[in-house]
Design a protein. Structure first.
Length: 566
């Protein structure tokens, strides 16, 4: 990575030495407060000085937890920063981090920034193929992970990656259990990275090495649900903008205690349950694996106030609370997105969990872009994906870039202060997504919701063309979720010789007899156009999802193709 002056006189870190793509009004973003001259490290030090003993992190491993205060976290960050320098990590290097939710993960992300390096989070369920691709693309010099977790040997996998990636000089492993032996050719997290003895000379260099606000702070790879993952590059300022905006519109405060079911190595977890609470001086509860019964205990025990996660996490918590109720009076909000939200889910969240549901839409490239608001009716979360947050703009256009008539579905484009810097070493792909005046083509379809916000109609690649009719997939899914027997729905297309494509509804529900007759009767009762009705129903016990909760529709399409071939 290189730092080059932008057209506005501000340093902007380009990707792999390429010219930066920003056509954004940096001066205006600064004047309006969406960009600043500080980073999250300034926030950490601010809270370490003002409330040193306040819990910055509460980290669960199984049923055990550890609390890390702000002042303690700041000290741990500096120790890890010195450890990275000892390993030869330099400014601009990408530090690959494949760790479960933990204080070590959060502290390492901050430690990378402390020496001007870049955090490269990797979701724990990624395997050799993905990790090799990511470390090779970023030329990462160090991989930091666990030795073994949930039956998988990361030590062995990382050894295979290191043999294939010449730049990967060090593998640092965190041993979680007494049976985790030190693997040959690896370094130990405690002995070799988190060394107890301070190096005064290296400590004295940290301030001069520390990353600046417009420099890259993170390379987050897209989930890879389709195609090759792209390394999304964010500066500390674009990350700041997305977190300030979502906190502002939801009136979140210094008193928040946040929690999530997703990995912190995913953009949703990284922003909602790491950067945002630290920006506010709140407390982030990090849980290393999803278990709804345990999460309810955590919410009660730690008095969690705000939760973020996909609708499936919300549904799991509601079911678990009905089965074994906990005292959840502190929980006031649950932000969710990535899939349609059933009206019944919004109502159940209020009645069973006692919290308000907010619908949002966003991407790895720009974080939370739209969200419903506290002052709106609660059921708006089931009807809309919200209005643009401050600092971001949205528009809906046709394929020629012209605004669509009100109510019509079109291409969703966004721009603003939280938009990423580009795709690492794939800037030609990023350029293809940008208009001349900086609008980013999200690949999503949307329409106006009638209240000043948007309603997602699906991904362009997920659109089903049945004969001459486009099927609005997301609208069909949302309609099906209004059926009381259905908990989860995904509509995908499959080839048809006469019509080109037909639609299949994969459903998860409480009625094993739910089939085409029930589907047709339900959609007819809602007055939905018959050409939109799926012509096939497949029942599943659960839909395939990424760790962040996104449905893996390519998996469902493959199942249909395999059934056709058989």
């Amino acid at each position: 990575m290189t730092s080059t002056p932008s057209a506005y006189g501000e340093p902007t870190v380009a990707c792999d030495g390429e010219a930066p793509l920003d056509v954004r009004p940096a001066d205006r973003y600064r004047a309006e407060g969406w960009w600043r001259d500080e980073t999250i490290l300034h926030d950490l030090r601010r809270w370490a000085a003002e409330c040193p003993d306040k819990a910055a992190l509460i980290c669960y491993s199984g049923t055990e937890f550890q609390t890390v205060g702000y002042a303690d976290l700041a000290r741990r960050v500096d120790r890890l920063a010195v450890g990275l320098l000892r390993l030869g990590v330099r400014r601009g290097d990408v530090v690959t981090l494949q760790l479960p939710n933990s204080w070590q993960l959060v502290a390492l992300c901050l430690a990378a920034a402390r020496i001007g390096a870049v955090a490269g989070p990797v979701v724990p369920n990624m395997r050799r193929r993905e990790v090799e691709f990511m470390t090779r693309l970023t030329a990462s010099p160090v991989y930091i992970g666990v030795a073994r977790r949930q039956g998988f040997c990361y030590a062995g996998m990382s050894a295979e990656v290191a043999r294939a990636v010449p730049t990967l000089r060090h593998r640092v492993l965190l041993r979680l259990g007494p049976d985790d032996d030190r693997a040959t050719g690896t370094l130990d997290f405690v002995d070799d990275l988190y060394a107890p003895e301070p190096d005064i000379e290296l400590l004295s260099r940290l301030d001069e090495l520390e990353a600046r606000a417009d420099e890259a702070g993170q390379i987050m790879f897209t989930s890879g649900t389709t195609g090759e993952p792209k390394g999304v590059v964010h500066s500390h300022n674009t990350l700041y903008s997305m977190n300030k905006a979502q906190a502002d519109v939801l009136d979140l405060s210094h008193d928040e205690v946040t929690a999530m079911g997703s990995p912190t190595t995913h953009q949703a977890g990284y922003t909602w349950n790491f950067l945002m609470p630290m920006l506010l001086g709140g407390t982030a509860v990090q849980v290393d694996r999803w278990d709804p019964e345990q999460m309810l205990r955590v919410i009660e025990e730690q008095r969690v106030t705000f939760f973020m996660g996909a609708p499936t996490f919300l549904s799991d918590l509601i079911d678990a609370q009905r089965e074994a109720p906990r005292e959840l009076s502190t929980l006031h909000g649950f932000a969710t997105g990535s899939a349609p939200i059933a009206p019944l889910l919004v109502e159940d969240a209020d009645v069973v969990l006692g919290c308000r549901v907010y619908a949002l839409w966003g991407m790895t490239e720009n974080g939370c872009v739209t969200v419903t608001r506290p002052e709106q009716p609660p059921l708006r979360a089931a009807e809309s994906d919200g209005e643009a947050v401050p600092g971001m703009e949205v528009r809906i256009v046709d394929r020629e870039g012209r605004p669509t008539p009100t109510g019509d579905t079109g291409l969703l484009q966004v721009r603003g202060s939280a938009q990423c810097l580009g795709y690492f070493r794939r800037q030609e792909v990023y350029r293809a997504c940008l208009t001349a005046d900086g609008w980013f083509d999200t690949g999503d379809l949307a329409r106006e919701d009638g209240h000043g916000g948007i309603r997602i109609a699906g991904r362009v690649k997920d659109m089903i063309m049945r004969g001459a009719e486009n099927i609005p997939v997301a609208e069909v899914e949302a309609a099906l979720l209004r059926h009381g027997a259905l908990k989860d729905v995904a509509v995908v297309g499959y080839p048809d010789q006469r019509l080109g494509e037909r639609a299949c509804a994969f459903v998860v529900g409480t009625d094993p007899g739910f089939g085409l007759p029930e589907l047709r009767a339900h959609l007819q009762s809602l007055g939905m156009n018959r050409t939109y009705w799926p012509e096939r129903v497949e029942q599943l016990s659960a839909l395939p999802r990424t760790p962040s909760g996104k449905i893996q529709k390519f998996d469902l399409r493959d199942r249909l193709l395999d059934q056709s071939a058989g």
